[in-house]
Design a protein. Structure first.
Length: 459
């Protein structure tokens, strides 16, 4: 790193989220190129060469960048619909509209989703995209292109569905793929876009949608494909009581046993939601190190229930946070999920200590890196890790009277982001994107939402 250009951030509180939860009331971070070179208390070391910028971060907390582990970007252009539905009724209401998306819509929706997350401190994003209507264009390429343009580290969970209405599923027949088509398209996406390097900006996971929209053979062969390619596996799991009933009726077993029977438990797997998990389910996830994407706002919006996150953490299950699609979490922001995860998991008698502020921050940072298989590279502020970090402004009216900065960040109002860095490159300054025109994105998402609504209304 001797020849790398350096950025020095000083005079800030720091929550490293390392294994020891090291924190500094006033400290520094030195970024060299795209890596964190040093973190410590007090002033930065003297005599550093090639310092191109010094940031006086007085009044700020510096944390690792937030990591989103579950999302559906395309839903940005169907926000505010079916607002009083449970999951299955919500899907029935919206699938006819989603089945008419195209490449231009998906690119605009991805821009809206990514821009909102980036402005709120997300440095690594995940999109689980599984709707590929016939003739809709290069949807995976559009999503990956939007993330590249935004400058956010990104994983595309290339989803798929092959169980349509004619097979007893929910999606329209023309909105699903064949088994062979889904596997072939997923393999092409991995081959074209997955980067396995330490500082990869784009990775791909294999991600059939859910047990009730995917055949058993697609689940099984999808797992085999992922492992042959050395990539991770993602799907929805145990989200509702209806899903559990469906699995028992169709497969003769609960969701966790079904996943295990198809090769879908393991340290290279993570599931979204996992709301309805009994003790044996949690034990199976802990034994196999299967990860969980906890989506508290979406779970509440769809009345799915409360995931047993404290019990999962106590058992050793890797858990990260997810926005989920913005048709079930209209805010689209991950930093609000820190607070919602803490509050929702305290609901019930004598649960005031179910989660604390530092556990919530860990869910949104290091926990997310674990779930995405990138804990060696990001998720904490440690020398040698990638320079993905956020400066949260905590000296304004909203937070200044809260003495502890981590408590202020998690319990308080959404904190302004003064600066966000991804791979050593600043992408946000004073709450505004540096890599995209937010006003233009707002216009394009509105235009595409209106166009989709017109097309859907025409049938």
């Amino acid at each position: 790193m001797a020849a790398a250009q350096r950025i020095v951030i000083e005079n800030c509180a720091i929550a490293t989220v390392d294994a020891a939860d090291t924190e500094y009331a006033s400290g520094y971070v030195v970024v060299a190129g795209n890596r964190i070179e040093a973190v410590g208390a007090g002033r930065a070391p003297e005599g550093l060469e090639n310092v191109v910028r010094r940031i006086d971060a007085t009044g700020h907390l510096v944390t690792p960048g937030l990591i989103n582990t579950h999302h559906h970007f395309y839903q940005w252009i169907t926000r505010g619909l079916a607002t009083d539905h449970n999951l299955f009724n919500w899907l029935v209401a919206l699938y006819p509209t989603w089945a008419r998306i195209d490449e231009e819509m998906v690119y605009a929706a991805a821009q809206g989703s990514l821009a909102t997350m980036a402005r709120g401190g997300v440095t690594t994003a995940l999109d689980h995209h599984y709707v590929f209507p016939k003739g809709s264009g290069d949807l995976s390429g559009a999503i990956i292109g939007a993330a590249r343009d935004m400058g956010v580290r990104f994983t595309l969970a290339r989803g798929s569905m092959d169980r349509s209405e004619k097979d007893g599923g929910l999606p329209p027949d023309f909105a699903v793929e064949t088994l062979e088509g889904a596997l072939a398209a997923t393999e092409r996406t991995v081959d074209a876009h997955h980067d396995a390097s330490f500082d990869a900006m784009t990775q791909v996971a294999v991600a059939p949608c859910s047990p009730f929209s995917v055949s058993t053979e697609l689940m099984r062969q999808g797992a085999e494909l992922a492992r042959s390619k050395g990539v991770r596996l993602h799907t929805h799991g145990s989200e509702t009581v209806e899903e559990e009933k469906f699995c028992h009726e169709l497969f003769g077993m609960g969701p966790t046993d079904y996943f295990e029977s198809t090769g879908w438990l393991g340290e290279d797997v993570w599931m979204a939601h996992c709301v309805h998990m009994n003790d044996s389910d949690i034990a199976a996830f802990a034994r196999t190190k299967t990860g969980v994407a906890h989506c508290p706002s979406s779970n509440a919006r769809l009345a799915a229930g409360i995931a047993r996150v404290p019990d999962m953490l106590a058992a050793g299950v890797p858990v990260g946070l997810g926005v989920d699609g913005t048709a079930s979490n209209e805010s689209g922001e991950l930093h609000t999920e820190l607070r919602n995860a803490l509050l929702i998991n305290r609901l019930g008698a004598h649960r005031e200590a179910a989660l604390n502020a530092r556990q919530a921050l860990r869910l949104g940072t290091y926990g997310g890196a674990q779930v995405l298989g990138r804990a060696a590279e990001t998720g904490s502020l440690e020398p040698g890790k990638l320079a993905d970090l956020v400066l949260w402004k905590l000296d304004t009216l909203a937070h200044a009277s809260i003495a502890d900065p981590v408590t202020a960040l998690v319990f308080g109002a959404a904190a302004p982001v003064t600066a966000s860095f991804v791979n050593g490159r600043q992408i946000v300054e004073n709450g505004r994107l540096l890599t995209a025109d937010e006003d233009a994105i707002a216009r394009s998402t509105r235009t595409e939402a209106q166009r989709l609504a017109r097309i859907a209304a025409q049938g």
